[in-house]
Design a protein around this ligand. Structure first.
Ligand SMILES: Nc1ncnc2c1ncn2[C@@H]1O[C@H](COP(=O)(O)OP(=O)(O)OP(=O)(O)O)[C@@H](O)[C@H]1O
Ligand SMILES: [Mg+2]
Length: 230
């Protein structure tokens, strides 16, 4: 495939079949697109159309059944699991709809955790986590556990955690799906600020405000890309 060097993501004819035999289900039916460094892309489409399936693939949380996925210039198709994990840690930050914070850890400790897995030393972990929490507007709240934070604040911790290993790409699956409209606006402002600083953002969303803020929309229907609005 001849993807431009500025492409951070290039997908070619990606498919994903769940299950086997007569009960199999083709969730992605051959999806091809490329994303340039620094783009802000929204993936939209009806429930069950394959958005999370695609995002999990982009985040190296899942493998395609067939097709090619080139991330940061590296063809991931034939990679062993350990290599994929290393590439994921280096390149990808993932934000979840349900936040997925560890409830017994403080906000600061939650942000530190992926850095610990990546082998960052303890002093640098705390320093970076403090900076990131300040960046997402949670300066004095690093000691709070998730239960002591609002939904919007929890998602800010989720974003700080996703940024902790300085990824090139931030992926988010319905990041405002569990939030009220005012918290959603704050989270969107945070994403927009990250985009302005050059981050590549790919967000799955049902939220028209996020869709409107994105530069580009990938619209999925029944496992296929239907249209691209610039
Ligand atoms: N592990 C699985 N095993 C079998 N089928 C699955 C699995 N995960 C997803 N599917 C099916 O694949 C299709 C796409 O699912 P996916 O989660 O990607 O949809 P989605 O677009 O994210 O939907 P939503 O907007 O509701 O989150 C659905 O029909 C779903 O039932
Ligand atoms: Mg989904």
């Amino acid at each position: 495939m001849t993807a431009a060097p500025s492409c951070v993501i290039a997908c070619e004819a990606l498919t994903r079949v769940y299950g086997e035999g007569q009960r199999d289900y083709q969730a992605l039916k051959g999806v091809t697109f490329a994303i340039e460094r620094g783009e802000f892309v929204a993936i939209m489409g009806p429930s069950g159309c394959g958005k999370s399936t695609l995002l999990n693939m982009l985040g190296l949380l899942d493998r395609p059944t067939s097709g090619r996925y080139v991330l940061d210039g590296v063809d991931t198709s034939e990679m062993a699991d350990a290599e994929r994990t290393a590439l994921r840690r280096r390149s990808i930050g993932f934000v979840f709809q349900a936040f997925n914070l560890l409830p017994r850890l403080s906000a600061l400790e939650n942000v530190c955790l992926p850095m610990a897995y990546a082998g960052v030393g303890a002093a640098e972990r705390s320093e970076r986590a403090e900076e990131l929490l300040a960046q997402v507007g949670l300066g004095g709240k690093g000691g709070h556990t998730p239960l002591e934070l609002s939904g919007g604040e929890r998602q800010r911790v989720g974003i700080a955690r996703a940024l902790s290993n300085r990824p090139t790409i931030l992926l988010a699956d319905e990041p405002t799906g569990n939030l009220d409209s005012s918290s959603s606006r704050e989270i969107l402002a945070l994403f927009s600020a990250l985009h302005a600083k050059g981050m590549t953002l790919i967000l799955v969303t049902h939220d028209p405000a996020i869709g409107g803020a994105a530069q580009r929309m990938l619209r999925l229907k029944d496992g296929q890309l239907v249209a691209e609005d610039a």
